[in-house]
Every structure is written in C-alpha cells, then in structure tokens.
Design a protein around this ligand. Structure first.
Ligand code: 5GP
Length: 120
C-alpha cells in the first residue's frame, strides 16, 4: 500500500464516469460500485462523490459527519439490494498499515459467503 498524498485518485474518474464501473447504487452524495478485484461474492465500494479532504477516515472532521452517516446508510441499502442483509461486513482500511491503496474514503461492503474473524 502507499501513503496519502492528497492527489486525485481513480475514483474521481469513476465518479465522473470517465472510466466504467458496475454501479450498484447512486444518489446525490454517494456512489456504490463493484470492486474490480472482489474478495467475496458481493464486494461493493461505497464512496462519497465529493472527497472534501476525506482521503481516509483518519482525516474525518465534524463537517464530514453527515456524509459519513450517508455512507453507512448507503452500505445498508447496498446489502439489501444484493440480498445479504442477514450477513455482511463493512470495512474501512485506513492508511498503509491497514492496506489502504486508494486515498478517497471508501467503505467495502462484503458478503455472500461465510466471513472469517479476525480478518488478518
Ligand atoms: P483499499 O485497499 O484502498 O481499502 O481498497 C481499494 C479498492 O479499490 C481495492 O479493493 C481495489 O480492488 C479497488 N479498485 C482499485 N481500482 C479500481 C478501479 O479502477 N475500479 C474498481 N471498480 N475498483 C478498483
């Protein structure tokens, strides 16, 4: 994984639909699309359309509270749409030690198989 530089990421191009993605859910503030390298039968990334300094959860400030709530709620909508509401996992990797690779906050919604704990 790499460190946060604040540079634009591939997710800006996905939001702008300059590169294609398999969109599962979208509203004014949030975009949810399938991970290109899925780690479970369902693996969807939920991101804010406006990064607004949220390269990672560790950069969250009081002004981000509303969108943070929207991201969690959108994760539930994704789980419902994908038929995994009875069992799913939401993951945020924060920083190098947690294997974050894209510095635009994203929630991983994972499910469709028995998950393991601890994740490692
Ligand atoms: P992270 O490791 O930062 O928590 O997660 C980044 C995720 O973005 C990875 O699971 C990776 O597979 C996914 N990803 C990276 N580039 C693309 C892309 O261009 N399209 C899609 N759909 N997913 C991507």
């Amino acid at each position: 994984a790499v460190a946060d530089t604040g540079a634009p990421t591939i997710f800006d191009k996905i939001i702008a639909k300059e590169i294609p993605s398999d969109i599962v859910y979208e509203d004014e503030n949030v975009l949810a699309f399938r991970d290109i390298n899925p780690q479970a039968p369902v693996h969807v990334l939920v991101i804010p359309k406006l990064r607004d300094g949220l390269t990672m959860l560790g950069k969250a400030e009081p002004k981000h509270v509303e969108v943070l709530g929207q991201l969690l709620h959108a994760s539930k909508i994704v789980a419902e749409k994908e038929g995994i509401l009875d069992g799913f996992r939401v993951v945020i990797n924060n920083g190098v030690e947690a294997c974050q690779s894209v510095y635009h906050l994203h929630l991983h919604v994972l499910g469709g198989r028995q998950m393991k704990w601890p994740p490692g």
